[in-house]
Design a protein around this ligand. Structure first.
Ligand SMILES: Cc1cc2nc3c(=O)[nH]c(=O)nc-3n(C[C@H](O)[C@H](O)[C@H](O)COP(=O)(O)O)c2cc1C
Length: 331
């Protein structure tokens, strides 16, 4: 299998993996709203390897790997790659989980989460905690690579309690991952402090010195394509990954497009319908409600419409609320 990371035109752009956000329904909406020049890679939510290796656990976690046929068609049409992200702390489970994904799905790559700072995963020695245990991190990378021909990338941070960017990136490069995605914060910084992009300069130098063929993707506090392009002037890495920027603007990856109120409300309706069609009662409606504010903003009446939408309990109520707003505002 080819390493697609090396074939993308630089600078390329990716939407970050986000739990309860980047499910198949939201990814499809982002695909529909994006311009192919500005979106190249999408990620699943992080999926637990122990869960994937256990028959009961598998049923609990595999919804994170669902890809609707309609999303598949758009990925193909827009030539966007889809990467499955996994996490855990046991190399054998990584091997088994990766085999399972390889045999049952059609992803373009596998990514190992070595960046999540959340206490409950760090306590288990997973995700960003692996930065403290390079030997185990190396075993995990090798076990995952052995299990698949898909490109295996690493998404990580610059350190645990303090930046150890050069040392950590140097180590990861010896493992020959297909790409490294570097979030320019330590675990300790969570997302409470600004991303420190000077660290990217250090990672860039290390990468250039020892493994110039391994793509480096930067992540942290990029809130527009223009901001990423300006960062590219300073740090000419291969790609940029955007997380929370998508909450400010669902058209993030279509920077020249100015959505009307109608565009925003229709996107909200499309997303709600697709979410319910995909998950029915199997995912909480409250999770969908968190998205409403990303569509309903910057127009007259937005805040009262948001308040009404937050009172809804199902798709029909969402549709009625939007229809009545459109009627009253003569959209
Ligand atoms: C709601 C939410 C869920 C996240 N879930 C994941 C995840 O599943 N896997 C992961 O590697 N990072 C996860 N992250 C971190 C993001 O991928 C990204 O690294 C972080 O938000 C920094 O990028 P940003 O400053 O552009 O938001 C999550 C972030 C948020 C806000």
């Amino acid at each position: 299998m080819e390493n697609f990371w090396n074939k993308l035109t630089t600078p390329f752009f990716a939407l970050a993996p986000m739990e309860d956000v980047t499910d198949t329904s939201f990814r499809e909406i982002v695909l529909r709203l994006s311009h192919p020049d500005y979106l190249h890679v999408l990620y699943t939510e992080f999926t637990n390897t122990d869960g994937l290796c256990h028959p009961i656990g598998r049923d609990k976690v595999k919804s994170r790997l669902v890809v609707n046929d309609s999303e598949k068609a758009l990925l193909k049409e827009k030539k966007v790659k889809l990467v499955a992200q996994i996490w855990g702390n046991n190399p054998e489970k990584f091997y088994e989980a990766t085999k399972y994904i390889d045999e049952n799905y059609d992803f373009d790559g596998i990514d190992i989460n070595m960046g999540c700072p959340v206490k409950k995963v760090v306590k288990q020695g997973s995700c960003s905690a692996l930065i403290k245990f390079p030997d185990l991190a190396g075993e995990i990378i090798q076990a995952t690579k052995e299990a698949t021909k898909l490109p295996v990338s690493i998404k990580t941070r610059t350190g645990f309690t303090k930046h150890i960017t050069e040392e950590w990136i140097d180590f990861l490069l010896t493992q020959e991952p297909a790409a490294i995605i570097l979030h320019t914060r330590t675990q300790k910084m969570q997302t409470d402090f600004p991303a420190e992009w000077e660290e990217m300069g250090k990672a860039f130098d290390v990468r250039n010195n020892c493994k110039p063929h391994i793509p480096l993707i930067g992540n942290g506090d990029l809130f527009s394509i223009q901001a990423a392009q300006e960062m590219h002037q300073k740090y000419p890495i291969e790609g940029f990954m955007i997380g929370r920027g998508i909450f400010h603007n669902p058209w993030f990856f279509n920077p020249d497009f100015v959505p009307s109120i109608d565009h925003k409300l229709n996107a909200l309706l499309d997303h709600s319908r697709l979410y319910i069609e995909t998950w029915g009662p199997h995912r909480n409606f409250q999770v969908l409600k968190r998205f409403f504010k990303i569509y309903v903003n910057d127009f007259n009446g937005a805040s009262s419409l948001r308040a009404q939408l937050m009172e809804t309990n199902n798709l029909e109520e969402v549709e009625k609320t939007i229809q009545s707003f459109k009627k009253n505002s003569l959209i």
